[in-house]
Write a new protein. Structure first.
Length: 284
């Protein structure tokens, strides 16, 4: 109460309206919530946080770094290891450095890619985790496509990076190589990698354990060249795409692998479709 007898209203305890400066209302911003974890980001984190990308670095860029060095100092390395080997008649040339990378990746690097894909697509390996995923997926393809796509992109990127590193090493140690042949060879090699990973997806449609998926896919790749015994299939074998990275440097043309490329793409699409259709409808 004031001296004049008027009753003074108590101060309001409600928050005052936000101030307006230059016609712009300032609205207090609350703390941001956690970032939503989607399927694609989950697969990316699975690849990064489990350090699986280190295996890809060693299997592809690592081989691209060491392969040309081995070709350059082959005689000294073989002598130090006490290995009896016959030197090539024409000596080690620039294409020999790329050949070491291609053949080593075809034997060692692809094993890493197959293991990663088999582990990613073993959806029903653990029943409890499988039930968790299946009750939260809206579409059957959500069980396969994110896992397949992220793993395939990571392996393909590692393969391309290894090819570029090997090309740079060969250029420095032996001499220049035609860029057109290197790029076409790398592209055909990536398509071959995609086909092999797609075959793993097809095996995952019928098998559950990662070891069984990996072993069956590996056996299929060992048996695949036997299809060349049938003469009409000799020009269609997808396995020839890996050899193209060296053959293009030795006089072959990119157009010679058109049939191999077309068959590889068709088979890859069929294998992925089979994996989506089968895994999405499979009982645990």
């Amino acid at each position: 109460m004031t001296r004049s007898g008027a009753v003074q209203a108590p101060a309001s305890t409600q928050p005052t309206a936000p101030a307006v400066v230059a016609g712009v209302e300032r609205v207090p911003r609350g703390p941001r919530g956690p970032r939503r974890l989607g399927l694609w980001r989950l697969e990316w984190l699975r690849l990064v946080r489990t350090r699986r990308w280190l295996l890809l670095l060693m299997a592809y860029p690592g081989v691209g770094l060491i392969g040309p060095v081995f070709a350059k100092h082959r005689d000294r390395i073989v002598e130090a290891l006490h290995i009896d080997a016959v030197a090539p008649a024409g000596g080690m040339r620039a294409d020999s450095g790329m050949a070491v990378y291609t053949y080593t990746v075809g034997q060692v690097g692809i094993l890493v890619g197959l293991a990663l894909m088999a582990s990613a697509l073993a959806v029903d390996h653990r029943p409890g985790l499988a039930a968790f995923h299946r009750t939260r997926m809206r579409r059957p393809r959500d069980l396969v496509l994110p896992r397949y796509t992220v793993t395939t992109a990571a392996v393909s990127l590692a393969y391309l990076l290894g090819s570029l590193i090997a090309w740079a090493q060969v250029h420095w140690m032996f001499g220049p190589l035609p860029a057109r042949a290197v790029f076409y060879g790398s592209f055909y090699g990536i398509v071959g990698v995609v086909l092999e990973l797609s075959v793993v997806a097809a095996m995952a449609a019928f098998l559950r354990r990662p070891v069984a998926i990996f072993g069956s896919a590996l056996v299929s790749f060992v048996v695949m060249p036997l299809a060349a015994l049938w003469r009409p299939m000799q020009g269609w074998l997808p396995s020839q795409l890996f050899n193209s990275q060296v053959d293009l440097l030795r006089g072959h043309t990119p157009g010679e692998y058109g049939d191999n490329l077309a068959l590889s793409l068709v088979l890859s699409a069929l294998c992925v479709w089979l994996a989506v259709w089968r895994i999405g409808r499979r009982e645990m």
